[in-house]
Structures are given as C-alpha cells and as structure tokens.
Design a protein around this ligand. Structure first.
Ligand SMILES: Cc1cc2nc3c(=O)[nH]c(=O)nc-3n(C[C@H](O)[C@H](O)[C@H](O)COP(=O)(O)O)c2cc1C
Length: 251
C-alpha cells in the first residue's frame, strides 16, 4: 500500500524481454583478436560502440575518461610503433587509446550539477557534488591527499566508516583506471555485438603514447584497443580459464 507521506521517487522499469542467450553469445564469442581483415568499421557502428562505452558505470558519475580514436595516418603509424609493432595494432581498422584522467574532476562535478536530468536538483545531489571532488583530488604536492589521510585516520578511531578515497596520485590514477576499464569492456562487447572484434593492449610504451597524443601528467593511457573484423586466423588459441573455485568464494 502506498503511503501518501512517502517521498515520490523517480521510477524506471527494468526491461524483462532481454535475450540472455544472445547476451551470452556476445560475451562468449569475444576473443582477443591479433589479426584483422582490411574491412573498415562503418563510422556509425564505431560511434554506436563508443556511445555504449560511455554508458559504463563510473565512480560518482564523474566520467574520468577520454577515448582517442586515432585516425590520422601519421599518428596511427606512430601508435603502431608505440604498441611495440604488435600484429593486432598493425592490422587493426581502428586504434583507440583509452585514457583515464584525474584532471577534470571539478569540471565533471560541476556538469553533474548543471546537467542533472530532473527539473529539480535534489539538495543531496547538490551537497554530494560540492564535496565529492575533494575525495579524489590530491592537490598541489599531494596537500589534499595528506590532509584527507590524517582526517580519515582520526575519524576511524571513532568507528566512522569511510569510502574509498585517493590519498596520493597513485590512488587517484587507480580510481580513474578502475572506471575507465569498465567503459573499455563495454566498448569491446558492443563491437562484438555489431560483428566486429578487438584486442585490448597494454603492451605499449606509455610515455610515447602520451607524447603522440600530447597528454598531460594527469591523463593516463590505460590501454590501446585494436578493433576491426576478425581475420580467419585472427584468434591464436582456444579460450581457457582456470578452475572457478580459484576465483569465486562464497563467504
Ligand atoms: C588490460 C589488458 C591488456 C592486454 N594486453 C595485451 C597486449 O598487449 N597484447 C595482446 O596480444 N593481448 C593483450 N591482452 C589480451 C589478453 O592476453 C587476453 O585477454 C587473455 O589472454 C585472455 O584471452 P581472451 O581475451 O581471448 O579471452 C590484454 C588484455 C587486457 C585485459
């Protein structure tokens, strides 16, 4: 029974007509492909896959990522070299550099306030985005990181539970990387759904990739994704995983 004093909440129904078999087929047919055909990926398909990548869950909706679709021939050639000349990079129709970044936290927090999708900005959201940047920003010479570490230490003495936070630039990089990797997975699965394939690569020279794209020190290329149509001999061996008991623990 509905209570008239209950707060009216936004409601979005979960679709129930999802084809699980097809979903499973997308997941199980995704392989790391090291050789692609010369077929190009239609621009609308690539854009659709990138848009699906951007729907990935991400920390506090701060969207700390940029995806560089490297299409300039000179840059692409340099990027193949930066990817250690890997066959996947050499034969890819598209090379996408996935960059995790910690330099737009304030901007993204402001956007959350300005572009909130309901007519009324809830007070809790306003407060959240006023304070949340301070949880991930590290400040000059890690000043904010140090202060937060101290404050968290004191608060824990009083049995206060606290969220994951960035106490230094490595923590901040990890924070942005975690979220960016989720978008990368969305992207490769979307490609698969459209009949294309990919190879995630971290076999690349990070400083060189940074130089090719002109990245700053708070923009971290976390992987380069090679994408295209799978060549007949593009998968080098069958997929295998170790015993699931090694990885799944019910506690
Ligand atoms: C973060 C990351 C980095 C990877 N780097 C490379 C790489 O540089 N070169 C490559 O050929 N494969 C790379 N791979 C692909 C893995 O080797 C591959 O996912 C793994 O062997 C399992 O095979 P599967 O993707 O076909 O299931 C990478 C995968 C991930 C997730």
């Amino acid at each position: 029974m509905s209570n008239s004093s209950e707060k009216k909440r936004y409601f979005e129904a979960a679709p129930t007509d999802i084809d699980v078999d097809n979903f499973r087929k997308v997941l199980t047919s995704r392989r790391s492909v090291r050789k692609f055909t010369e077929k190009t990926i239609p621009a609308d398909v690539l854009d659709a896959c990138l848009d699906l990548a951007l729907l990935a869950p991400n920390s506090s909706n701060l969207q700390p990522w940029t995806f560089y679709v490297v299409q300039d021939p000179t840059k692409k050639q340099q990027l193949v070299k930066a990817c250690l000349g890997q066959l996947a990079a050499k034969t890819a129709a598209e090379l996408i550099v996935c960059v995790a970044r910690t330099d737009r936290i304030d901007d993204m927090a402001k956007r959350n306030l300005n572009e909130f999708p309901l007519p009324q900005l809830p007070q809790a959201v306003k407060q959240y985005y006023t304070f949340i940047p301070y949880n991930y920003k590290t400040g000059i010479f890690n000043s904010l990181g140090h202060v937060r570490k101290l404050a968290f230490g004191v608060a824990r003495k009083f049995d206060k539970q606290l969220p994951v936070s960035a106490f230094n630039t490595s923590d901040a990089k990890l924070w942005a990387t975690k979220t960016t990797a989720l978008a990368c997975e969305n992207f490769v699965l979307a490609l698969r759904a459209y009949g294309f394939d990919s190879c995630m690569m971290e076999g690349f020279d990070e400083p060189l990739v940074g130089k090719i794209l002109g990245l700053n020190t708070a923009q971290y290329p976390i992987m380069v994704i090679a994408a295209g149509e799978r060549a007949a001999d593009g998968v080098f061996f069958p997929q295998y995983r170790f015993d699931r008991d090694l990885f799944i623990q019910k506690v």
